[in-house]
Design a protein around this ligand. Sequence first.
Ligand code: ADP
Length: 562
Amino acid sequence: MELVAEADTPYRPPVFARFGRGNSLPDVQQACAAARRTSSHAYARSHFVPQLDGLGLELMELCLPHVEAGRLLGYVVATYSLSDLLSTHIGPQMGRSQEISFTEADGTRLAMHGLARRGTRVFTAQQLLDLPGTTMVLRMDSWRRSEPDLFPNVLTALVTVMSIALVTVLFMLGHDTRRRLRVEQDLADALAFRKAMEDSLVTGLRARDLQGRTTYVNPAFCQMVGFSLEELLGQGSPAPYWPPERADEYHKRQEVRLAGHNAPPREGFESVFMRKDGTRFPVLIIEAPLINAQGLQTGWMSAVLDISEQRRVEELSRASQERLQATARLATVGEMASLLSHELNQPLAAIASYATGSINLLQENAPPARDLQLAMARIAEQADRAGRVIKSVHDFVRRRDQAREAVPARALVDAVLPLVNLQARKLRVGVEIRVADDLPQVVCDRTMVEQVLLNLARNAMQAMDEARVPDPALVLQVRATPARDGGRRWLEFSVADVGPGIPEEVQRQLFTPFFTTKAEGMGLGLSLCRTVVEQHGGSLVYEPHLPQGTIFRFTLPARPEP
Ligand code: ADP
């Protein structure tokens, strides 16, 4: 057990230079004895060796028996520096955040590596090193000055991940709830809007399912028919607002509708409903299929309009139109009163003179019966003539039958001719009538059409008179137009003059009511003429009459041939 040879590492300052190896010998000997016993290597307890630079090294010896052919020749003793062991085997990286050290079992630090920093938290790991001959502890301390690593261990990581997930879910839930609330709010607004709209609507709304039961009505509908919501909802056929006398007809109509055979007209159809108090009133119904969100038809939606007021207004306007026409006719006659008195003057004067003559004859002793008879006959003749004149005016003013009838065109012209002639004679206008014999009859309201003819003739004669045309002439013509509209025939009436024509500024307002260029004119003539002609389905136009004058033409439907 004597030291035979020794070598110090050439890579560092000599370790045993100051105190030699003598101090550690007992320990080495003990280790070698153990090594010999076990025929293996053995370690000695570590020990501190002061160095020349004033520091020291913790050293540990390893003893290896040197055996050759079963004979123990000696021992090799190697010395480790514990701190160098740590610093060479543990990279600098690890030493930056941890402290790694060898300690004795009781915690005495033998050698260490790394920065001995202190922080708020210490994480320690220990490993017992049970070496043959000695026991040490390898210990690692890690300090955390502030927060630990994000995931110190799996559980924490898991909890963290789940917490994050939870928070995310909560956040999304919150977001979703907010969005849901917003949508609900919007929906509530939309509903309120719809409700306000339905309530403010004066149009009645009614929805029916495919079995014909009422599924919805709005307040306007309830008000219109006078039944309450409860009385209407769920009611099938016959509905409470159907007039009993029409229930069958309505029921059939509803069946056809529900069978889907014919779509209701877009512009709606008219019908009659009954109020709760039994009064009937006209309605306009516009129906449309009720399609649900899946695109399936679930029933019919109807908009119902009470048109009794509209009817009343129409009736009023029709009545006032009629009154206006009557007024225009009276005005025409009024204008003609002077002509009329002139026309009546002649027969009345003749009657008067015949009457005076007769009285004179009667005063004679023996009145000649033949002369008296002749005078009386003349008186009767003249009275008849006056009567005819008056009758023609009377007929014209009084005739009020509105009905359309088939009238020969000639009869229309003849009816106005006395009145036209009355004026023509005064204004010295030559009147020519051209009516073919084989014309079909005209279907019209004859009073109205006569008025149109008279108006146009009067306008023409007045225009010629005003312009002082040398040879005033009026042509009243009726002819058939070429067939049109699938064979329906039309007759064209025309009134031509040789007057001054119509200046452009007058043309623009020609058909405007109350437009006139005459001092005593009413300006209603042409506008009424056009209304009347259009009511018959025809049209009223005018054009220059070459070389001079104007032609007014209008068409009226002919009676269809049987
Ligand atoms: P009124 O005869 O009461 O004036 P009308 O509506 O019949 O009303 O005619 C409107 C105007 O059209 C007349 O004032 C006249 O100036 C013009 N007019 C109508 N017919 C003719 C015509 N044949 N020739 C020239 N002007 C005409």
